[in-house]
Ligand binder design. Structure first.
Ligand code: NAG
Ligand code: NAG
Length: 466
């Protein structure tokens, strides 16, 4: 992509040079004043200079492509990578200058950044913006179509699309929604300098920079809550209702720090399709369509990391034993395959996550069961009253009694083996299994609620489990 841009620039320079020469040659035959001749000489010098410049650029590009090609054919990655970086840096520096000039020319503060400033409705309910993160995928349209279609109130849920990367086709798609949304553009498109061995992670650095800027910009308006959506997410019909029903929990319960629309174990085979209203607490930060408060952002924004913000946020230093709310059936689903994270994982796992199709009036449901004291008194206590079964008994339906059951694990390896058998996610972040609450992973299997749970005398997450 970048090399095509560079070639275009070179093509333009070369054409310009020849046109200049041509005009000069044609006009030397006619009469000229001394002053005109001087001017022509000067122009000729400039043209030669530009031509030299474009030849240099040309050489750089050819060298770049050569090295790149050799890298692919001969796999001499270790020896050629530094050279690629140097040549690429030379080229990209020129492009960055150009981009910045274009931006200065275009800067029009009245055009972007007119985020709606109303933070509460007249009935006292909070205005909750949906902050959509976009870069260069025109498929952001699929995400925006959903949001616009299901949005119950334009006033209460302003859509703010924050674009990084400066990609024009994507920007056009976003702008085509007119006043249905607000576009803000991440202003710092400069390259991020990383260690050579981190080069392949550069995308994660840019994402973290983008998140930091966009959240700061949005919360500065004074909103109490913001919902974050990435450009590759479809949302469910009751996506807005879900957050409308749960946002108060974040204020009431300081042991909660997010509401997420995502169930990491949300594959159709392991959720109870008849319970779309069912919600859980989880110690695992799910992301992928989530809400946070202004207070949390002021806590995190001052130490926001330069990369891998999602792993960082899951670390005990950030999490501080707080939990999120997550649904039994996901209210988001990712359709993005090409992106920073890998496609293999998408095919194997993400594409099987079930997106809820029911419409649950969450705002009319009594949510107090999710507050920590209530939840720990009922959920935690109940789990340890359920009978312990083995995987084999569960799979072969050999359990006499109806009702929920428990499968016990004590070691990391037991946990890994069991989740693989059951078709659940088997990984940990900062020692926390996906969807776990107090180590308990709850799912649905063979028409039965199952809790994969540690011993009753569980001592907390072990950071060394990964
Ligand atoms: C957000 O703004 C605050 C206050 O201006 C600043 O201290 C912080 O570094 C900013 N954070 C990010 C991630 O930009
Ligand atoms: C919600 O349920 C709890 C019991 O779980 C009850 O004490 C409370 O009064 C209910 N709240 C409303 C508004 O109905």
């Amino acid at each position: 992509m970048r090399s095509r841009k560079v070639l275009l620039v070179i093509g333009f320079l070369i054409t310009w040079t020849y046109v200049t020469y041509y005009i000069l040659l044609r006009s030397t035959g006619t009469h000229m004043t001394y002053f005109q001749k001087q001017k022509l000489v000067h122009l000729g010098d400039q043209a030669r200079e530009q031509s030299q410049h474009s030849r240099n650029l040309n050489r750089n590009v050819i060298e770049f492509l050569k090295i790149k090609y050799l890298e692919h054919t001969q796999q001499q990655i270790s020896s050629t990578t530094p050279r690629i970086s140097i040549v690429a840096a030379e080229i990209s520096n020129e492009l960055v200058d150009q981009q910045q000039q274009e931006q200065i020319g275009e800067e029009d503060p009245s055009k972007s950044r007119k985020i709606p400033t109303q933070t509460y409705l007249s009935n006292g309910e909070p205005v909750i913006p949906i902050l959509v993160f976009s870069c260069n995928r025109i498929t952001v349209k699929k995400c925006l179509d959903n949001l616009v279609q299901y949005r119950p109130s334009v006033e209460q849920f302003p859509i703010i699309v924050s674009q990084d990367c400066g990609d024009e086709p994507t920007k056009e798609v976003i702008l085509s929604y007119g006043n249905q949304l607000t576009l803000i553009e991440q202003p710092d498109l400069s390259d991020i300098r990383v260690l050579p061995k981190e080069k392949k992670f550069k995308g994660y650095y840019k994402i973290a920079r983008h998140y930091g800027w966009a959240l700061n910009t949005t919360f500065q308006v004074g909103f109490e809550f913001v919902i974050i959506v990435e450009d590759d997410l479809n949302v469910a019909p009751d996506f807005f209702e879900y957050f409308l029903g749960t946002h108060k929990l974040l204020k009431q319960d300081s042991s909660l720090w997010c509401v997420s629309a995502w169930n990491d174990n949300g594959k159709a085979a392991v959720v109870d399709a008849s319970r779309p209203e069912l919600l859980y607490r989880t110690d695992f930060f799910p992301g992928l369509g989530w809400m946070l408060t202004r207070d949390l952002w002021s806590e995190l924004s001052v130490k926001w990391p330069k990369s891998f913000w999602d792993d960082w946020i899951r670390h005990p230093q950030q999490r501080k034993e707080r939990s999120c709310i997550r649904p039994e059936i996901s209210r988001t689903r990712t359709f993005g395959k090409i992106g920073v994270s890998n496609g293999l994982f998408f095919d194997k796992y993400l594409k099987h996550i079930k997106l809820s199709e029911d419409f649950v009036r969450f705002s009319k449901i009594n949510m107090t069961y999710l507050l920590k004291d209530n939840y720990d008194n009922t959920f935690l206590r109940q789990v340890y009253t359920y009978p312990i079964v083995t995987y084999d008994e569960l799979r072969r339906n050999l359990i006499a009694a109806d009702g929920p059951v428990r499968i016990q694990y004590t070691t990391r390896d037991q946990y890994k083996r069991m989740t693989r058998l059951l078709g659940l996610m088997d990984d940990f972040k900062s020692g926390v299994p996906r969807t776990a609450y107090h180590g308990i992973v709850s799912f649905y299997y063979n028409k039965r609620r199952v809790h994969l749970a540690p011993n009753a005398n569980w001592k907390g997450y072990d950071l060394s489990w990964s």
